[in-house]
Design a binder for this molecule. Structure first.
Ligand code: AVI
Length: 323
């Protein structure tokens, strides 16, 4: 159903209910190590803080990927094909797709995001800017599958998944998500996907520990959200942000660490924290070009092209769904 103020955008609201947040948070706090999935960062404030992270000098992925899209956008659009259906996963502010839209001119653009208000604003703005493109926005938790409402038959399908959000999934889940994407696109469908690369850990540690503390605020906002939406009593003064590169699994880990021995109530349940005990809130896997191509191959994609910057910080792949 369309909200009255955004009539240019068809909107499909499949926003996960608060019960999902409650169930996943309670489950994640009860297990060891404690873990809350990173998809819950993105309430409106979380989405705004993520946008602010992308402006910090230490966080290289966004500006590097934007540089690749600016330089190679024509080639990417050429491979994706004009006039089809273009699905964007984790569209956020829809800033990056603008670099491809002029060349792509899809018949239908379908941004998918878990942050409803943020998605609606971004999709409404884009529809006003590109009156010739139909926009069907869907608020979905695509980590649970990819049932796309109203996807027209008979038009070529392509997908855009920028920002290395694929890195926030465990490799097995990433393979599964890409398998869902391949199935939704069908044979011959194409995907342009941004993937952050393995690099000097000092660069990674700085990127997730920016000096202005924006990443710390983003991480801690998860507790603010849980306090508000689940009636919890996390004391923000006693949880701090910790992020580091773990070379074994090849990922940056973010944690919220308890400063002291404390008791927290969440949705009627009590959780005991030792000093130094943490909640693992995010993993951000970093890949080699070849390593990512192997993963994508297991999900049914063949590589068509890959672009990297001259410092090998970031990669953008174009892949095609095989037979
Ligand atoms: C959205 N995602 C790819 C970001 C990342 O780099 O893993 C989220 C983020 N977390 C901390 N900074 C940025």
């Amino acid at each position: 159903m369309n909200p009255p103020h955004e009539s240019a955008v068809q909107f499909h609201d499949m926003h996960p209910p608060v019960e999902d947040l409650r169930a996943e948070v309670l489950h994640g706090l009860a297990r060891r190590p404690r873990r809350i999935p990173p998809k819950f960062f993105y309430d409106r404030r979380g989405s705004e803080l993520f946008e602010a992270i992308t402006e910090t000098p230490e966080y290289y992925p966004t500006r590097t990927e934007l540089g690749l899209l600016e330089t190679h956008g024509e080639a990417m659009a050429g491979l994706l094909g004009r006039g089809g259906v273009l699905v964007e996963l984790g569209s956020g502010s829809s800033r990056k797709i603008r670099l491809l839209l002029d060349a792509l001119r899809p018949a239908l653009y379908m941004p998918l995001d878990i942050s409803r208000d943020f998605l609606l604003d971004a999709a409404g703005e884009l529809a006003r800017e590109y009156p010739g493109i139909r926009v069907h926005a869907a608020c979905v938790d695509y980590s649970r599958g990819l049932a796309l409402p109203g996807l027209p038959e008979g038009l070529p399908r392509a997908a855009f998944f920028p920002g290395s959000s694929i890195g926030n999934f465990e490799p097995g889940q990433a393979r599964q998500l890409l398998t869902h994407v391949a199935r939704a696109l069908g044979p011959g469908g194409r995907l342009v996907i941004g993937v952050d690369l393995q690099k000097d850990p000092a660069i990674l540690n700085a990127a997730y520990n920016d000096a202005a503390g924006v990443t710390a605020a983003f991480n801690r906002n998860l507790l603010v959200r849980i306090n508000r939406e689940l009636g919890a009593d996390f004391d923000l003064a006693h949880f701090h942000h910790r992020a580091f590169y773990a070379p074994g699994p090849g990922r940056v880990e973010m944690h919220l660490v308890s400063d002291c021995l404390q008791q927290v109530r969440v949705a009627g349940h009590s959780f005991h924290f030792e000093a130094g005990e943490s909640i693992h809130t995010e993993s951000s896997y970093k890949y080699s070009v070849a390593g990512f191509q192997v993963l994508a191959g297991e999900a049914g994609f063949a590589p068509l092209a890959v672009w990297t910057d001259r410092d090998d910080l970031f990669s953008v792949h174009c892949l095609e769904v095989t037979g």
